[in-house]
Design a protein around this ligand. Structure first.
Ligand code: NI
Ligand code: MN
Length: 244
């Protein structure tokens, strides 16, 4: 089974794993970098990292059309449920075995107020262990924090990190994040959507590859990365439920 992740611009990610479509932070309407429209995108589950408009985006419309379950913190879950959506609430440090894999919410240093001013709880990052045992860390909007060491201890196959600066980590701190996380692969996101977060991602990629062993994948909006599982990894994962 392969794992495919598509970057649709800004912080929008679409994952295909285990036969499921998992959409993350679907901000498409109003997103100058969006490479798909809300009426076309597939979703069985929608993960929302925090309440800001450039992450909640078109979640309500897409979930109503597709019937997707929205997975997010308890405060945003309550807000989504009040709009008639199916939700699954989790919180930081908590993991759950969803049909597409084991999803744990992680710390993120940021804000989370919802677009209408409602309390969006705490922002989160996402740590997904696929059914094959691949570990995908999607940091969400966050500043650098030392506990990325703890996340790195889990053995990260792919890290998706913001590099835009101003609202989140910039390139220098994102490089420090890669050094703490030690992922095999990195995708940068949350940059160059707007002038205030414009960055030279190619220069960043060169520096990361010079100073770490991570491989950087510079996707254009709409492009995908596919990771093949290590043979035997799924069997290994199934034998070690506590570890995964
Ligand atoms: Ni934000
Ligand atoms: Mn954002």
């Amino acid at each position: 089974m392969t794992f495919t992740i598509t970057w649709y611009g800004h912080a929008v990610l679409a994952i295909e794993t285990g036969g499921f479509h998992v959409l993350v932070d679907p901000y498409l309407i109003g997103n100058p970098a969006a490479a798909i429209t809300p009426d076309k995108v597939a979703a069985d589950f929608i993960l929302v990292t925090h309440g800001h408009g450039d992450h909640v985006g078109d979640t309500v419309e897409i979930a109503k059309r597709t019937g997707a379950t929205v997975i997010c913190n308890a405060e945003i879950s309550k807000w989504m449920a009040a709009k008639g959506l199916k939700t699954h609430a989790q919180h930081i440090g908590g993991g759950y075995h969803h049909p597409f894999g084991y999803l744990k919410l992680t710390l993120a240093l940021h804000g989370s107020m919802l677009p209408d001013g409602s309390n969006g709880g705490n922002p989160v990052g996402l740590l997904l262990t696929t059914l094959d045992g691949q570990k995908i860390y999607m940091a969400g909007d966050t500043g650098l924090f030392g506990d990325m060491h703890l996340i790195g201890e889990e053995g990260i196959d792919l890290a998706v990190l913001p590099i835009g600066d101003n609202y989140t980590m910039g390139p220098a701190d994102a490089l420090r994040a890669v050094k703490m996380l030690q992922p095999a692969h990195v995708i940068p996101m949350h940059y160059s959507t707007f002038d205030v977060i414009r960055q030279d991602a190619a220069a960043w990629a060169c520096q990361v590859e010079q100073e770490t062993s991570a491989k950087v994948h510079l996707l254009k909006p709409g492009e995908s990365l596919t990771l093949s599982p290590i043979p035997g990894m799924r069997e290994f994962a199934e034998k070690q439920p506590d570890r995964f």
